[in-house]
Design a protein around this ligand. Structure first.
Ligand SMILES: NC(=O)c1ccc[n+]([C@@H]2O[C@H](COP(=O)([O-])OP(=O)(O)OC[C@H]3O[C@@H](n4cnc5c(N)ncnc54)[C@H](O)[C@@H]3O)[C@@H](O)[C@H]2O)c1
Length: 339
């Protein structure tokens, strides 16, 4: 079995190229989303603990089974720890053996960005050039850099309640060919933008983005409302245009649409993302409509990025082969591993 550590993953991305990693991941996501019905799907298991949540996200097709174990602890940075960390595993289905154990903190950021970008490809205006980014934490650079690959983004307007997080964003984005506009409020960050990506961490119902700030033609990627009792968008925004989610059953509990009644969800929900990708539903139809991707993160996205990580680890010979399955010639002689 391959073990891919954080350092191995960094090496894979270095060899393959950051942009290529995202482009290939978008391709893997498309391949997996168009065969949506082939996956075993269920809302994730969540253990709500004081200060956060621990989640298990499994899925499978005929070839692989995958799962991610991930947390969400919004106050962790106050203790010098990350809000979201994860590990993940890929098993081949035929014999049930694990084939990859990978770090998943970094590849979660990649897959969250690639998924938001995929949604933006179908929902945002093709001429979108200004991104409003609210929340410049761990996910933020991945989001901005990925969006640049599919839309002619020239400018990022950004705001975070933590000035140090904005300083960090500026340092990381200084040489990326984008005009960076530091803002004094979320409202200011949303002024005159084509796409709003909101990615904040607070385990409460918070109105980070207000309805008045959303103008005709805007697309919103709402990423931080991803847990029961944790939302970011003014509820009225959800009535402004097409709302797209990943997996309705999970999003109704975890997404910003948790603020709506079942009848209201039926009224506003336009599609699951796979329906846009497979062509069974349309995305944006005109320059004036408001579109909303209410993302919570779904297991198939983890499956796709684990598949890509596995393929690239083998392509570049990166990662360590480790015995996580007893290497015994006689499958019934398990006790011999102790010799
Ligand atoms: N949808 C998905 O698939 C997905 C995937 C990964 C993370 N997330 C969620 O995205 C969020 C951000 O994750 P992260 O890893 O970047 O966390 P992070 O803690 O590194 O960054 C979050 C940032 O939000 C800022 N913030 C909090 N409240 C704010 C407000 N009202 N206005 C502006 N800024 C505010 C914080 O200061 C922090 O810098 C989390 O809630 C996480 O659960 C979602």
């Amino acid at each position: 079995m391959k073990l891919v550590t954080v350092q191995d993953l960094a090496q894979i991305v270095h060899k393959h190229g950051f942009d290529n990693f995202i482009r290939d991941l978008i391709q893997y996501l498309k391949e997996d989303f168009v065969r949506w019905s082939e996956f075993d799907k269920s809302p994730r298991y969540a253990a709500h603990v004081p200060g956060g949540v621990l989640e298990l996200m499994p899925t499978a097709d005929k070839q692989y089974f995958s799962f991610k174990c991930v947390n969400g602890h919004p106050d962790n940075p106050f203790s010098g720890k990350q809000t979201v960390v994860a590990t993940g595993q890929l098993n081949e289905v035929k014999y049930g053996y694990p084939i990859l154990l990978s770090e998943m903190t970094t590849i979660t950021a990649f897959r969250t960005a690639a998924t938001a970008i995929l949604a933006s490809e179908y929902l945002s205006r093709k001429d979108s050039s200004v991104l409003g980014l609210v929340g410049t934490g761990a996910q933020s650079e991945f989001q901005a850099l990925a969006l640049k690959l599919i839309r002619p983004i020239t400018t990022v307007r950004y705001f975070d309640t933590d000035p140090a997080a904005m300083d960090k964003f500026e340092r990381n984005m200084a040489d990326k060919g984008l005009t960076l506009v530091r803002c004094n409020s979320a409202k200011e960050a949303c002024e005159g933008v084509d796409i709003i990506t909101v990615c904040t961490a607070c385990k409460k119902h918070v109105v980070v983005i207000e309805n008045d700030w959303v103008k005709p033609g805007m697309h919103i990627n709402g990423l931080g409302g991803d847990c029961p009792g944790k939302t970011e968008l003014d509820k009225n925004i959800l009535f402004r245009g097409k709302v797209v989610v990943e997996f309705t059953e999970q999003s109704m509990v975890e997404g910003d649409i948790q603020q709506l009644s079942i009848d209201e969800v039926a009224q506003v929900l336009h599609a699951e993302l796979w329906e846009l990708i497979s062509g069974s539903k349309v995305g944006r139809e005109n320059a004036d409509e408001v579109t909303i991707f209410d993302s919570v993160g779904f297991a198939v996205e983890d499956f796709s990025v684990l598949r890509l990580t596995h393929d690239l680890a083998h392509k570049y010979g990166i990662g360590q082969e480790v015995d996580m399955v007893p290497p015994i010639a006689d499958p019934k002689n398990l006790i011999s591993v102790l010799n």
